[in-house]
Design a protein around this ligand. Structure first.
Ligand SMILES: Cc1cc2nc3c(=O)[nH]c(=O)nc-3n(C[C@H](O)[C@H](O)[C@H](O)COP(=O)(O)OP(=O)(O)OC[C@H]3O[C@@H](n4cnc5c(N)ncnc54)[C@H](O)[C@@H]3O)c2cc1C
Length: 410
């Protein structure tokens, strides 16, 4: 692993910075800066994807022949880092960063030709249908039935916690096509058109007040067998491959660095309970310094995982390490942010943020009044959303189990 940036890398960094300067409008930057979770406002995110696609940069990690970039590992990292430092809104990961990799590896030519270009343009927007009410950590216990009938699989059951199910027009899902002694067998990976008759979506309201997740009910939904990815009954292979990209496919340390900087700036204006400025409070500044050091460690690890991916391998156990470190660090930072935001950070005012999904039954004040800076309005929503970081994409307890077994041989 080489951490030195060459002249060419530095020139590339300037090219990326110039592009971001020119293309990130104040509205898009605002949408990125005021994100309340890992998801940006849907409209802003799609607009940014369209602009990136025009430049050929919407999916740099894809193989070049499908629209990816012929970049070195360092260039990938520079692009990701500069985008986050500039406050670009995030792109939805489910299509570009997740199912696309599985399509490239397991898809038929017809599937690749149909889905990959449309994922790039945003015409196809995916959600992920893995979890069920009785199958989360123990994903292989999933039971949504898919019964073969002619050229179709007929699906009945439900998926839960489905992020952006209402925005999505396609879902990638795991269904049960047969029952054998080993529960990992008999699972099939399907691509479901969300406009199919028999699908009903009910939003779930999160503690942040946002409606990003949903429960999706399937009642005799017909999925053509041509929409099976991989082999019938062998979807577990596809699912496992894709999960590593979900957990370790990107770089989150730059966004955490930005958050740590913002906390330091705000804490310089905030009184400490013991008197003086919060930033000078020994206990607070020690915790912030510790978080900054851990962010740097995370950055090195992200670089290492990217190096593995750039060699054409999948992220492996590095994905579990990244998932645990990044989410726990982010939770620490959102706790520090709440302290730095002070009393105004306790006020619930989603109208002053860019939520990742609609906010149920919230009437903003008619004059649009905001208590404190928008940053302070974001703090509580981020705090609540971030509690989920150690649960989604496989809980951190499960990641520790994976590391104990696969990395430590315990
Ligand atoms: C905000 C959010 C977004 C999500 N988005 C999606 C999505 O888009 N698509 C999707 O399919 N799913 C999604 N999920 C679901 C997510 O993947 C599951 O919530 C997660 O896998 C945990 O499953 P569970 O909720 O059923 O909890 P459970 O599996 O019931 O776990 C409950 C607790 O027990 C612990 N536990 C369970 N088994 C073990 C074990 N063997 N050893 C140690 N501890 C254990 C867990 O760590 C957890 O703390 C999302 C979840 C959240 C919160």
């Amino acid at each position: 692993m080489d951490l030195t940036w060459s002249e060419a890398d530095l020139a590339f960094r300037e090219e990326v910075r110039a592009f971001l300067d020119a293309k990130l409008t104040p509205e898009l930057r605002q949408a990125g800066r005021l994100m309340t979770s890992v998801y940006a406002d849907h409209e802003a995110s799609m607009e940014w994807q369209r602009i990136l696609h025009e430049r050929g940069w919407a999916a740099p990690a894809w193989p070049v022949k499908y629209g990816g970039c012929d970049w070195s590992l360092t260039q990938h990292y520079i692009f990701s880092r500069e985008s986050q430092l500039a406050g670009a809104p995030s792109l939805s990961p489910m299509g570009i960063r997740m199912v696309a990799h599985a399509l490239v590896k397991f898809g038929t030519d017809e599937q690749k030709d149909f889905f990959l270009p449309r994922i790039l343009t945003g015409e196809v927007f995916f959600c992920q249908g893995y979890s069920e009410p009785e199958a989360g950590s123990d994903l292989a216990a999933l039971s949504m039935a898919a019964v073969a009938d002619g050229d179709d699989l007929v699906c009945t059951g439900s998926k839960i916690w489905t992020t952006h199910a209402r925005e999505a027009n396609w879902m990638f899902a795991l269904v049960r096509t047969s029952r054998t002694q080993k529960k990992q067998q008999g699972i099939t990976f399907v691509l479901v058109d969300m406009a199919s008759p028999g699908i009903e979506i009910r939003p779930l309201v999160m503690t942040s007040g946002e409606e990003v997740q949903n429960q999706v009910f399937f009642d005799d939904v017909r999925v053509p067998k041509s929409n099976v990815l991989g082999e019938i009954d062998d979807g577990w292979t596809v699912a496992k491959y894709l999960l590593e990209f979900e957990r370790g496919g990107g770089a989150s340390s730059p966004a955490l660095q930005v958050m740590a900087d913002e906390i330091a700036t705000v804490a310089a204006d905030q009184p400490a309970p013991s008197g003086g400025r919060l930033i000078d409070d020994a206990a607070f500044s020690r915790r912030l310094a510790d978080a900054r050091i851990r962010t740097e460690v995370l950055e090195i690890l992200e670089y290492r995982v990217l190096a593995t991916v750039a060699e054409g391998k999948n992220p492996g156990t590095g994905a579990s390490m990244l998932k645990v470190l990044a989410t726990e660090l982010s939770q620490t930072l959102t706790e520090l942010a709440m302290e730095a935001a002070g009393p105004r950070g306790r006020v619930y005012q989603p109208h002053a943020t860019f939520p990742g999904g609609p906010v149920a039954e919230f009437a903003p004040p008619p004059d649009g009044y905001v208590s404190g800076e928008p940053w302070q309005a974001v703090a509580p929503l981020r705090y609540f959303n971030d509690r989920a970081g150690s649960i989604y994409a496989g809980s951190n307890e499960i990641q520790r189990n994976i590391l104990a077994k696969a990395a430590l041989g315990l």
